[in-house]
Write a new protein. Sequence first.
Lengths: 365, 377
Amino acid sequence: MILEATSPLIAVVFSVLVGSLLMVLVGKSPVQVFGVMFRFCLGRADSFGTILFKATPLIFSGLAVGLALRAGILNIGVEGQYLTGAILAAWVGFGVKGLPGFVHLPLAVAAGMVGGALWSLVPALLKVRRGAHEVISTIMMNYIAQHLVHYLIADVFMDKMQMPIPGLGSARVRTPLIAKTAMIPKVHGLLALLGIALPKHTYANWLLPFGVALAVATYYLVWKTPFGYEVRSVGHNPGAAEASGIRVAETRLKAFVLSGTIAGLVGLSDLLCYFGYMDVDFPKGYGFTGVAVALLGRNSAAGIVAAAFLFAFLDRGAEGIQALASVPMDVIVILQGVMILSIVVAAEVVGRYARNLQRKEAARG
Amino acid sequence: MSSLKRAAIVLLAMTLLVSMAAGCARKAEEAKPAEQKPAEQAPPAQAPKPEPPKKLKVGLVFDVGGRGDKSFNDMAYAGLEKAEKEFADKIETKYLEPSAGGENREQLLRLLAEDKYDLILGIGFLFTDHVAKVAGEYPNVKFGLVDGFIADLKADSNVRCLLFQEQEGSFLVGAAAALKTKTNKIGFVGGMKIPLIEKFEAGYLAGAKYANPKVTWKSEYIGTTGDAFKDPVRGQELTNAQLNWGADVVYHASGASGIGVIEAAASKKKFAIGVDADQTLTAKPEQQPYVLTSMLKRVDVAVYDTISLLVNGKFEGGYKIFGLADDGVGYAVNDINKELIKDIEPKLEEIKKKIIAGEIKVPFDKPTLDEFLKNLK
């Protein structure tokens, strides 16, 4: 029992050991590198704020993937869904003017959710009506989203108010600025009440508590409601679910679109708290990381939140060891991959071993 | 059982959070929150012994593609390297590569600023907003920004925008392409479809039409994201398509993707024109005879220049423009392509003089290109 409870911890320790091996191979002192990494991540207020900020999109992304997974759907399309969500939210943000903040911000967030939902509706319908496999259709939808969003940014919405000297420098490829009323406030005030002073230039915002609340809500939805029961039945055994009177197609459609709706929130932390516009530099890859987050978190609400923080921690650590321990970027990317892989493997191995042990004990007793 | 596991995960996450929070809280007590103890940031193994003449610290953050693109980023690195060699006893340098878009760039700039760097260089226009923001918070740190334009800078600002007139250099290599083509067909491969790269395209096409009115062209872009600057496979495909259409000179402005462009052209024994660096010298030996010339964009000069100003205590904010007149852009002549372009060099020099004198107004985007072409007729 103790072994099982500490399995995540063992996994992290194991990944540090494997990472150390890699550091030795590239001629760095592992003690120094990991020393810098942990001191940097755990000992600085700005690292704390940055980790909170980096975890936020991953929580939504992990929850979106996780919810679909419950219904037996592998939603690889979170990537495209959050881009369409973000561009729609941006459009509401800069296109609508004169609303007070308490209307404008929720409207922009809702627009993000609608954008994600709409983009997931296509593969969802293709799946339940025509049986098109969602992995293929969502990957294709990702490509379409990526280029559609670029087209919208570069050719339709591009901010014409930027004034570089003609022929010198160049206009940024970005949308007009989003109105202040649609920007998400930071959580600095809240944390100050708890005695934590975050530096001004970190961007932890209210989407984080919202994401944690959403994690609790999805837990409730999946485990405590009739709809959640249907979703799980369909995910486990669609045939049996059908036989017991559950409408499989309808349940799948709902779960898929709900997943897309959550996916629509992924990009909003960056969009509405950090950038204030959407440009060609908008972060990519949250959708794919979300798959890893959901799997690493074993698709439990708490696990997803924890995994999101772990990824954020590694990401912030990467900034630290690059800037302060001079580890080259390529090695860092390999290090991150190796560490995540060993965490997954170690958690699995230790968990299984512990379960076997328990089973034996139970048999004996 | 599974609830136990979940409890464990939650516990772990909470310990992590609490220890982070505790770390911050402690910090808040010890010192002002925004300020960090320098001793904690400098890795022990790296910190040099405190010598009496303090070295200036110069940091550089790369653009998409990073080192090894044999083009834009490597040029910046060359400038940094040269400065390091020249001012070895006066400066120490460091370079970083962003891992992802957005906030990551800002964090890297900020980490350098907090680490008491004296000059921080952002390579690429994607740094525009990030440099503007961080520079505002660290008025005592100097910043250099390549390709980016920040409004309202003055000589006493702490930001120096290093801007290039790429269209002028592109005009010359366009003329070179049009004078060298046998099929009267030329190609252009751009990286990411953004106004910056359209400057290269506009200058190139205008120069070609100016030097040879019979010329026609195909112009393609690799993609719409930053990845378009590091996709040599796609660069090769697009180039092959243009060569099959009949083009025999292809110019690229696509960063590391251009490696594929040069490879495609060389394997069909047609000409490629390099960009940013003198890419004859970075190409493989068997490809070198097929690199007609390169549009030089002397990012290395801009980087070196900025560092040397700092070292000499003459750093000035504002805008520094690199054009044909001061050899900030141009076309490459080296031992390998010397013979190749000997016959067209007088013509190129003549055009160059006209541009510098202002007799030719080089277009820099689609509308000005259209106007230029209309006036040619």
